[in-house]
Design a protein. Structure first.
Length: 264
């Protein structure tokens, strides 16, 4: 049993309240972070056992994942990402991914999911509207001619310990992931600002809410009078704005999934 799992009587009352909010809210925004992916076995970044907590070959991970370092040391960059980003086919969507996809299918989530994760597990679970705030490993592009490459084309190259180069112009290929020193995609950010500002209810799932500007988006819901529900193992600095707080993602979404079974 998870160390975060609540006592049944406390949890049952809270989950009934959450379901009522889900059924009565017209515009629901969803914000997912690394805690959702850890349920599938993918290491998180800033949790107790996160990859940022210890250097990799005497290098800070944030340095490895910076824009300038990528161009100056692509060999080191791809050695690190091979371990973390280029075996995503080994992981499967979990109860959170699958339940969110069901909620969209049943018309509860009309605005889609905004995610900090780059693992495209939401799409694999069946979610149609997924807004990737930090990009995705699903595709890469040539840094010179912008030729497009799918994950399935790049992953085998990186897994062999090689650096991917463009087969059209020979230049370095970069995953379409926002690195330190880069801005978030403006079109996605503007869409998110609109959705979170207008939301009656925002669900924050598995995020420490420490990475900005993405972490500022749920604050828009509170500012404009909407309700916020946080499901995250550890406290966040936005807990004070939350109507409900849960600590166990699996417990919470197993219950939501059961409620969904009652909807035709």
């Amino acid at each position: 049993m998870s160390e975060y799992r609540e006592k049944e009587e406390v949890f049952n009352e809270k989950i009934e309240n959450l379901w009522s909010l889900l059924m009565t809210s017209k515009k629901i925004a969803v914000f997912t972070g690394a805690g959702v992916s850890t349920l599938s076995g993918i290491p998180d970044f800033r949790g107790k056992h996160g990859v940022y907590n210890s250097p990799w070959h005497n290098l800070d991970v944030e340095t490895i994942l910076s824009y300038d370092f990528f161009f100056s040391h692509p060999d080191i960059f791809y050695k690190w990402t091979e371990e973390v980003w280029y075996h995503l086919e080994d992981y499967k969507p979990n109860i959170v991914h699958n339940t969110l996809a069901r909620m969209e299918e049943k018309g509860i989530l009309k605005e889609g999911v905004f995610t900090q994760n780059i693992d495209f597990l939401h799409q694999r679970a069946g979610s149609k509207k997924v807004w990737e705030l930090h990009g995705s490993a699903r595709h890469s592009f040539c840094t010179n001619c912008n030729a497009f490459y799918k994950y399935e084309e790049i992953a085998p190259i990186v897994q062999r310990g090689e650096i991917p180069y463009c087969d059209k112009c020979g230049s370095l290929i970069k995953p379409d992931i926002v690195l330190y020193g880069e801005n978030l995609p403006m079109s996605v950010l503007r869409k998110a600002e609109t959705v979170f500002s207008q939301a009656d209810l925002t669900l924050i799932l598995g995020s420490s809410l420490t990475v900005y500007p993405a972490a500022s988006l749920p604050k828009l819901t509170s500012y404009y009078g909407g309700k916020v529900v946080i499901v995250n193992a550890d406290p966040t600095d936005q807990d004070k704005n939350a109507t409900l707080i849960f600590r166990d993602l699996e417990q919470t979404f197993t219950a939501i999934n059961t409620f969904l079974d009652q909807i035709s």
